[in-house]
Structure formats: C-alpha cells, structure tokens
Design a binder for this molecule. Structure first.
Ligand SMILES: [Fe+2]
Ligand SMILES: [Fe+2]
Length: 141
C-alpha cells in the first residue's frame, strides 16, 4: 500500500516530465513553464511526504537512522539542486542547459526510485502501519 501509493507518484512525475521535455524541445516556452511548475511542485511534494512522514517514522521504529533514509535524503537534495538549475535555465530560455540538467535529473531519479521501490518501501511496509502512513502523507499539501 505504501509502495503502491508512492510508486504511482513516481510514474506521474515521469509522465509530466516527458511532456516538459517535449515542450522545451519545441521551444514552446509558455507551455513548458506551466508543465515544469507542475512537475517541480509534484516532485517536491513527493519528497516532503517521504522526508516529513515516512522516513522519520521508519527511523523511529527501527532505529536505523544512518542507512537508506540518509542516502535517499542526500539524493533528494541533489535532485532539488538540479530542479533549481532547470528553473533558471527555463527563465533564460536556455534549451541546452535545461535539457542537459533534465537528463541528469532523470538518471538520478530513475536510480533513486528503483532503490525506493525495490528496497526501502518494502522495508517500511514491514515495520509501519501502511494505512496510517498513507493517510498522513495524503494530508501534506
Ligand atoms: Fe525519494
Ligand atoms: Fe519516492
């Protein structure tokens, strides 16, 4: 349930990014800006659900604070930096910088998501109450 809920969000973000990439490639800047904002907002909200609800609950329950959750937090920070770089590139209508940062972000995110989906989410499901976790994550706006 935790895995399904968060994996669906991974897919949603991937789908929106594909649209962003297309709009930027076509230099359709207005559409690109709108879609990019949607992508960035959804991605950051997803990170917050993990950082503010799921990871602390997992750490508290298992006592594992220096393991996978720390790695995930570090990768979120790297992703945020790339998103900031992309926002600036979009402002500057700098297609090449945007697309190259976007490619780095997608590589980072695909590897990150795979680790969460295959390792971390199943671990959280073993230790936490899935319904409670999903309810708490859904409250974040
Ligand atoms: Fe994550
Ligand atoms: Fe995630």
């Amino acid at each position: 349930m935790i895995g399904q809920y968060l994996t669906e969000e991974h897919r949603e973000c991937d789908e929106i990014y594909a649209k962003v990439e297309k709009a930027v490639s076509q230099e359709n800047w207005e559409e690109a800006q709108k879609l990019f904002e949607e992508f960035a907002d959804k991605t950051i909200l997803h990170f917050r659900k993990e950082e503010e609800v799921l990871f602390p609950a997992f750490e508290e329950k298992t006592g594992i604070t220096m393991g996978p959750t720390q790695v995930m937090r570090y990768e979120h920070a790297q992703a945020r930096d790339l998103i900031d770089k992309m926002a600036q590139a979009l402002k500057d209508k700098d297609k090449d910088t945007f697309l190259s940062a976007g490619e780095s972000l997608m590589i980072l995110i695909q590897q990150h998501n795979m680790k969460e989906e295959q390792i971390l989410y199943p671990m959280t499901e073993q230790h936490l109450d899935p319904e409670e976790m999903v309810a708490k994550m859904s409250e974040l706006k």
